[in-house]
Write a protein of this length. Structure first.
Length: 273
């Protein structure tokens, strides 16, 4: 492990651990002792890193309120308020989102299905732009307070930056700003299809965020809503299992894949934090 003080990569692991169970290291360069959380966003937290990771993961993955998550950890002996859960979500959900977005760069297909769905924020309706490819994989999502050409252009530019390429064709529901937006952001070579029925794939995919959003009774502000929706979509895509009509995935395989991906996600967050 590299030393966070002098960047020497020859730090040696010690047998002694901190009170929270974190591994400690000794740097022969600057002769300082540090633990695995020193210099990371998890530093100075009064609970183990694994607990913080699970709190944010459960909050994004399952239909739990802030108070529900706090109560579930009381049995484990960890006492914190629902506002602490909210703060951890604010701090670490973007970290998780950024790593998952980087991990799936270049993996989206060449045929995109784009649509907007309604999300209520502070009593007002906002528009969540979402896109999936022909296999149902997430392309990108973006929350906007308006549904106009500028919002659509920002979404397509962001989607191209995330996946790393432009599609060969785009299917939309026929909004009047779509043809010009696609032409200006992607060029005339991209085929644009307009059909409500062809766009059923993305319409059905909206159910994921809709089912999670209804139980939350809306969001307090646009920033928190955008952060949660993006993190939810990325985490949902990461744990999404792919199966065809001729190859079913058994329950045992599903559980094994889930556990493997959860461990890999935790290691990824700790590695880059």
């Amino acid at each position: 492990m590299s030393c966070p003080h002098c960047a020497v990569s020859s730090a040696k692991k010690r047998a002694k651990k901190t009170e929270l169970g974190d591994a400690t290291f000794f740097c022969p360069g600057c002769r300082r002792t540090f633990n695995e959380r020193t210099g990371t966003p998890f530093n100075y937290l009064e609970v183990p890193t694994d607990v913080v990771f699970l709190v944010v993961f459960w909050r994004l993955r399952y239909t739990l309120r802030l108070r529900d998550v706090a109560e579930m950890f009381l049995e484990r002996g960890f006492v914190f308020t629902h506002e602490t859960v909210r703060e951890w979500e604010r701090r670490f959900a973007p970290l998780m989102t950024d790593q998952l977005r980087t991990k799936r760069r270049g993996r989206a297909g060449r045929s995109w299905y784009v649509d907007e769905t309604y999300i209520k924020v502070n009593g007002k309706w906002c528009y969540l732009y979402r896109a999936v490819d022909e296999d149902g994989n997430l392309v990108d999502s973006r929350l906007s307070e308006k549904r106009d050409m500028d919002a659509a252009q920002q979404f397509f530019k962001q989607a191209i930056a995330v996946v790393g390429h432009t599609p060969q064709q785009v299917t939309t529901d026929g909004h009047r700003s779509s043809p010009r937006t696609i032409r200006e952001t992607m060029g005339n070579e991209v085929l644009h299809r307009t059909s409500v029925y062809l766009n059923n794939q993305i319409e059905q995919d909206h159910r994921g965020i809709k089912q999670r959003y209804y139980l939350m009774h809306g969001f307090g502000n646009v920033v928190s809503a955008a952060r949660f929706c993006r993190a939810f979509d990325e985490l949902r895509q990461y744990f999404r299992l792919h199966a065809t009509t001729k190859s079913a995935i058994s329950l045992a395989q599903r559980r094994q894949i889930f556990c493997e991906r959860l461990v890999a996600l935790h290691e990824l967050i700790m590695l880059v934090s």
